[in-house]
Design a protein around this ligand. Structure first.
Ligand SMILES: C[S@@+](CC[C@H](N)C(=O)[O-])C[C@H]1O[C@@H](n2cnc3c(N)ncnc32)[C@H](O)[C@@H]1O
Length: 250
């Protein structure tokens, strides 16, 4: 793995911490480069890191699945494990970063009578999801924006939360707790920084891809009122089930 894409060693500053843009939201940097409201440049289907797709190319819903299969070993298993972690009674669902709906179709298969609200910052990805889920409330919005009003019975997210830095993740977890009913679940399936560097299998750029360790994310979830536990891990992938403390499920 090259230094360009390797996660930072403990005690070594990541590029985003040493650059003048440190602390800013990475996609804000993208927007500045391309102009507010403009979509980053031409689509390219070749293999590349998630960051290059986000910074130089617009998300391409046609190429998305092939590119995920190339870049994320066990992508399908991650999706299945994420959906399985949502099992149980839930009628109002919120997905964060719905993309083309890869997770949503698996989750809705387990919650056939549920209503889905979902957000994503890519109009192209969202348009594809709208074709699949015409009855869902799909909104063009960022994870950093105020979340749709709850209360929700289930909130879940696959491969989107890692686009936020640590402070952004903590802030998001707190806002999720505020829109989730007590005793209900927040499921996160994503890339993490593994304890053993040998387990780094996914190319990370540290500009737009900003994974944190599983332990940090469990702690941040617990700090804002969740009982959080991993339901599945494989190298640098993890699924976390976080149940909001307090009350009953009503
Ligand atoms: C790797 S895709 C995952 C899509 C879907 N969850 C899945 O599992 O197939 C990441 C998605 O997150 C969205 N995304 C990235 N950063 C975001 C942000 N800050 N706010 C909202 N959506 C974001 C992208 O537009 C993209 O659709």
């Amino acid at each position: 793995m090259t230094g360009h894409c390797a996660p930072a060693e403990p005690g070594v500053a990541r590029p985003s911490e040493t650059s003048p843009a440190a602390g800013r939201n990475p996609t804000q940097r993208v927007l500045r480069r391309h102009g507010p409201g403009l979509t980053p440049g031409p689509v390219r289907n070749g293999r590349g890191s998630i960051v290059r797709r986000m910074t130089e190319q617009r998300w391409d819903p046609d190429a998305y699945l092939d590119s995920m299969h190339a870049e994320i070993p066990m992508f399908d298993e991650l999706q299945q494990r994420a959906a399985a972690a949502t099992a149980g009674d839930a009628s109002r669902l919120l997905e964060l970063g719905v993309g083309t709906g890869e997770t949503a179709r698996r989750v809705l298969a387990l919650h056939r009578d549920a209503h889905l609200t979902a957000i994503d910052s890519s109009p192209e990805m969202l348009d594809r999801a709208k074709e699949l889920f015409p009855d869902a409330d799909l909104r063009l919005a960022r994870l950093e924006d105020p979340l749709p009003s709850g209360p929700f019975d289930l909130v879940y997210s696959t491969l989107a939360v890692h686009h936020l830095d640590g402070a952004g993740k903590r802030d998001l977890f707190e806002r999720v707790a505020a829109v989730l009913r007590p005793a209900r679940r927040f499921v996160i399936a994503d890339v993490v920084v593994p304890p053993d560097p040998a387990d780094r299998q996914i190319e990370i750029d540290w500009v737009v891809d900003l994974p944190d360790t599983l332990e940090d994310q469990l702690r941040w979830l617990r700090d804002v009122g969740f009982d959080a536990t991993p339901t599945w891990t494989f190298k640098d992938l993890a699924v976390v089930s976080a149940t909001r403390r307090g009350g009953d499920s009503g």
